[in-house]
Design a protein around this ligand. Sequence first.
Ligand SMILES: *Cc1c(COP(=O)(O)O)cnc(C)c1O
Length: 382
Amino acid sequence: MLDLKGEYRLFADQVQAAVHAVLDSASYINGPQVAEFETALARRCGVTHALAVSSGTDALLCSLMTLGIGPGDEVIVPAFTFFATAGVVHRLGATPVFADIDKGTFNLDPASVERALTPRTRAITAVHMFGQCADMDAINAVARGRGIPVIEDAAQAIGAEYRGRPACSLADIACLSFYPTKNLGGFGEGGMILTSDDELGRVARQLRNHGETTRYHHERVGGNFRLDTLKAAVLLVKLARLDEFTRSRQRNAERYNERFADSPVVTPCVAGHRTHVYHQYTVRVPRRDDLVEFLRGRGVGTGVYYPVPLHLQQCFSALGYSRGDLPVTEAACEQVVSLPCHPLLATEDVDHVADGVLDFLKTEGGRRPAETMTTGAGSSQA
Ligand SMILES: *Cc1c(COP(=O)(O)O)cnc(C)c1O
């Protein structure tokens, strides 16, 4: 699924030089590389403020704090996402309200968001799942007029485009993650908050550093959400090859698509006017768990993102959801599997994985239980 050591070897000399430069300067916090990295990402993402922070989770947490989310508030989030999207809502004493997803793109379904609205809705978080932007025009349309801010959780989607505009420029405030396995993966934890709203940018900047306005004067209570200079320096090195890596991911995905044409494998549905950066290449297959075992037997790693929908997580049981509440999410959790798609894979590697999947489908266990499968072609957003 990953080749982090191989990636490091590609950058080793430059990374070591960058690390030594930081060590020599002893500017461990707020060194010039942090601002340089922020400026580079603001430009790439088409926003005016970019604030490097300690993780993608802290980017989401600090964004909600910036919007003033607290006890009694509701934040609409998809039930099909990484835990952090919803966890940060709960940590602030607010309530995550789970919405369902579009079955083709795995992204937030705007109609489900509309149904989840209440007078207490204070924000909507749209996740750009697996590397494809959510339907932001429709989601913004639901929020607009009601004065509800929209957050983009773009942790998986750096570089993705929606109607020619980059992820992170599509709503009020956006979050990135530089967790080592993300498309722009750092050497440790890291994240970023992006916005073109001057007031949100000002408040987020304060909150990142304990709500400090001038030294030892605190307008609000924030946290220590800073990104280390060392990590920013390393990320700057890796940023130079992000586009090239994205193209490799897209090439791998195209190869899989060709190999799975005319098979029961439901390949990713890329909706009109969007580009997919394939943080994950995620398909639906019959007998998913058996396929995972079959591929493991051939030495092929896979990932299931995500096996348990968030509305059915034990920690959210007090919210009172039950199985059947969000059927598209629940079906996805049972059917999805992500195949290796990282930029260092050669075409032969992709073919080896594809052969494994197609061979499994020829086995007795791999035959298709058609009635349980949904297809990308049926997507409302296709
Ligand atoms: C990775 C991820 C996060 C959290 O980022 P971290 O840097 O790991 O804290 C949040 N949301 C989504 C959708 C993610 O994939």
